[in-house]
Ligand binder design. Structure first.
Ligand SMILES: C[S@@+](CC[C@H](N)C(=O)[O-])C[C@H]1O[C@@H](n2cnc3c(N)ncnc32)[C@H](O)[C@@H]1O
Length: 285
């Protein structure tokens, strides 16, 4: 499969994503990035209920761990929906995502880089009146190895006006209580590449909802691809959907393999990936 990949830059297949990853050579993937079916979400691709969630997702984590390079990463973008109880009412917020995160460390021996939060500017209302409105999702970011290297410079962000004016107009002094990031009086220069990235991502949900019920915005995979991979590295999305991860991977000159169990999604993703590559070739000419 990797020979085809070197030439074509991407491969998409209509099949179970865990089984698909098992077809790849061991230690070949730099980043597994994807958004699985969410706990209890009723979608046209089925429901993964809380009480079966761990057994449904386990084959994916097993396969990812085996196929990731030693310096590889897995990022799972997910949100726990409320559990539907007898009588059809949704009430309890499932804790299965938290359980999964703990198991990724304790059962699979992966190392937690962070659990990042994606705060949605325009969350879709659940219409429920049992808790506050759902407005965030979690990105479970794990490394295969306990010592990892990420490229923070690649994901720096613009400084706020307040920070820039603080740097320009102030001399920073050590604090009397010793908790301080300067040892002597000092002026701080803004980094020309921008401020350090945060573990909170803010932005709108995707506007491309026509082809699929759960399309993610491109800035999510973009961040993790930039932070964890270099040009030519292999990115795999085992729950590809419309191919958002693949489009970003190709734009950043990485290679991509994606799996989905629905032929229609795979066909649409293939068209989108091909269009992305053609766009890149046109830009080069
Ligand atoms: C949350 S969506 C992912 C959407 C995608 N990130 C995008 O931006 O379009 C989850 C996807 O997982 C797919 N899926 C469900 N079970 C699967 C399985 N066993 N193997 C591969 N894909 C699966 C669904 O068909 C769906 O497209």
């Amino acid at each position: 499969m990797l020979e085809t990949l070197a030439e074509k830059k991407y491969i998409v297949k209509c099949m179970d994503g865990a089984e698909g990853m098992l077809l790849l050579p061991d230690s070949s993937i730099k980043l597994v990035y994807g958004s699985p079916p969410y706990p209890n979400a009723e979608r046209n691709y089925g429901v993964w209920k809380s009480d079966e969630y761990i057994s449904k997702i386990s084959p994916f984590i097993n396969a990812a761990k085996l196929k990731l390079r030693e310096d590889g990463f897995i990022v799972i973008n997910v949100k726990a929906n409320r559990e539907r109880h007898k009588g059809g009412r949704c009430t309890t917020r499932s804790l299965v995502v938290e359980k999964l995160a703990i198991m990724m460390e304790e059962e699979w021996g992966l190392s937690c880089v962070d659990i990042e939060i994606w705060v949605k500017d325009n969350p879709v209302s659940t219409g429920l009146r049992v808790a506050c409105q759902d407005a965030y999702e979690q990105n479970l970011w794990f490394s295969k190895s306990p010592s990892w290297k990420i490229n923070l410079d690649a994901i720096r962000r613009p400084y706020s006006e307040t920070t820039l004016s603080k740097y320009e107009n102030n001399e920073f002094k050590p604090r009397a209580n010793g908790v301080s990031y300067v040892r002597k009086n000092k002026r701080i220069q803004a980094n020309p590449l921008g401020a350090l990235p945060q573990n909170v991502i803010r932005g709108p949900v995707s506007a491309r909802q026509d082809l699929h019920q759960a399309i993610q915005p491109s800035y999510l995979p973009n961040k993790y691809i930039k932070a964890t991979t270099q040009e030519g590295d292999l990115v795999v999305d085992p729950w590809m959907g419309t191919g958002t991860t693949g489009i970003e991977a190709l734009k950043l000159r990485r290679t991509f393999i994606g799996f989905d169990i629905y032929q229609e999604y795979v066909k649409n993703a293939e068209t989108a990936l091909l269009k992305t590559l053609e766009g890149l070739r046109d830009d080069e000419e």
